[in-house]
Design a protein around this ligand. Structure first.
Ligand code: PGA
Length: 233
């Protein structure tokens, strides 16, 4: 099982140091991928967790003020990077084309993209979730070779479930993961969106799931430990 932690834009340096210590002490058979804020990536070099970033520049290194390139991430030992998170699609107006370019940059540097896809509440109400997810996946993997496509991890994150405490039914998650696996049969698919220590037992019933992308509880090591323990039972 893969458990990716998305810290989002959280933790001051004073908070980060004790948090890092707690996180590194966690024992689990799950593969933990820790996506901290970019400013801390250079402090995570001795981490026994796989290091992930939350974003990357869609172009090479160069005159792009404020951006961080895949080449730079690689030099900090970053092995994974979230792309296309719905918060970036919404607030930074990231398009599928830009996400496709980011994925290409990451693959060039041997960094595994964690591609987030998901529908809004209104899309689900209109029964358009499968169509939305299919378009997001296909546009993100445009022009990639089979070998490149196979490297990507997909995270199914319904937008209406992120940070809301709501989750889809296990049947609904299973169905969307099947849609993704029909497009990319050998890729790992995670679920994200209000996954926590209280609903993990329910989520475990999703038989085709390869792991989770955790936001809120990634910041609370005590709850995370409970989540991981229940996952292993
Ligand atoms: P959440 O966030 O677990 O707080 O809902 C998940 C995510 O946005 O990746």
């Amino acid at each position: 099982m893969i458990v990716a932690l998305n810290n989002k834009c959280n933790l001051t340096k004073e908070e980060f140091i004790p948090y890092q210590k707690e996180l590194e002490e966690i024992k689990t058979s799950a593969k933990l991928i820790w996506c901290a804020s970019n400013i801390y990536l250079g402090m995570m070099n001795n981490s026994n967790l796989a290091i992930g970033a939350q974003n990357v520049n869609s172009k090479n290194s160069g005159a792009y003020t404020g951006e961080i390139s895949a080449e730079q991430l690689k030099s900090l030992n970053v092995k994974y990077c979230i792309v296309g998170h719905s918060e970036r699609r919404e607030y930074q107006h990231e398009s599928n084309e830009e996400i496709n370019n980011k994925i290409k940059q990451l693959l060039k540097e041997d960094i595994i993209p964690i591609l987030c896809v998901g529908e809004q509440k209104k899309d689900r109400d209109n029964h358009q979730e499968e169509q939305i997810i299919t378009t997001e996946v296909l546009e993100a993997i445009k022009d990639l070779s089979e070998e490149e496509k196979n490297k990507i991890i997909i995270a199914y994150e319904p937008i209406w479930a992120i940070g809301t405490g709501l989750i889809p039914t296990t049947e609904e998650i299973t169905k969307i993961i099947d849609v993704i696996k029909n497009l990319l049969p050998s890729n790992k698919v995670l679920y994200g969106g209000s996954a926590n220590e209280n609903n993990v037992e329910e989520l475990k019933k999703v038989s085709n799931i390869d792991g989770y992308l955790l936001g809120g509880i990634s910041l609370k090591p005590e709850k995370l430990k409970i989540f991981l323990k229940k996952l292993e039972k």
